[in-house]
Design a binder for this molecule. Sequence first.
Ligand SMILES: NC(=O)c1ccc[n+]([C@@H]2O[C@H](COP(=O)([O-])OP(=O)(O)OC[C@H]3O[C@@H](n4cnc5c(N)ncnc54)[C@H](OP(=O)(O)O)[C@@H]3O)[C@@H](O)[C@H]2O)c1
Length: 244
Amino acid sequence: MHLVHPAPSRPVSGDDLLDAYPWPDEGRWVRAMMVTTLDGAAAGRDGLSGSISSSVDGEVFDAVRRLADAVLVGAGTLRAEEYGPMRAKDADAGRRAAAGQAPAPRIAVVSGSLDLPWSLPVWAGSTVGPLVLTGPSPDPEALATAREHAEVAVLEDLEPATLLAALETRGLRRIVCEGGPSLLEAVVAADLLDEADITLSPMFAGTSTTPRTDGPDEVARFDLVHLITAEGFVMARYTRPGHR
Ligand SMILES: NC(=O)c1ccc[n+]([C@@H]2O[C@H](COP(=O)([O-])OP(=O)(O)OC[C@H]3O[C@@H](n4cnc5c(N)ncnc54)[C@H](OP(=O)(O)O)[C@@H]3O)[C@@H](O)[C@H]2O)c1
């Protein structure tokens, strides 16, 4: 894996790769991690992002989330993808403890319906108990089921600012939003995304399985920070203008 921008180009791996995705020392920071194909697909023909990803994208995916406080995902992603448990890793214990963090990131799932795949190992198998963010007046039966698997925060609405405030209240300020496209678009439209870590996959997959979104009112331009490349994949880190 090579970091090719900014110059000079150099190999990058392990903790060096981790250092390429720093978190600010204080304050809330929201980064997105997404993979897209050459034709803008967010998932392959099987409806999963794994089929347009690769091991090198996976290495960056790990680096991006390793020192996060929370991994924020929309219910659509959890219903589509086999989300594995978020477990503490020995390699991260020292850094996380020194930063005053819990031993592993906490998964936070956004769902109005509370129609979630409760059999996934991410609920019972994660080191830090999962969090579900839902809107006002949830269905009582669905709420009772959700509370068997996670802490459920019943919020006044599911606007991105409300979601992020609910995370911050719980001490979760380093936030990776892993999508999907609908949730990410809402965060961008609310001007609350600080960083976009986007992998360009060297494939055309067609967009038949990619969710259609309404589109934000205005385009949001980001600044390029770095480009890493390996095996034809390009892993780019962008930040909001003025945010680094
Ligand atoms: N390429 C990638 O990197 C990547 C990453 C993630 C996902 N994906 C793919 O994207 C697809 C899923 O994405 P998606 O866009 O359909 O779903 P999503 O963004 O993951 O989730 C949408 C759901 O989140 C809940 N929600 C609550 N408040 C929301 C708000 N303010 N904005 C948006 N959502 C809110 C709703 O859940 P309820 O319906 O429960 O109320 C809504 O249906 C899958 O095919 C997945 O494989 C790709």
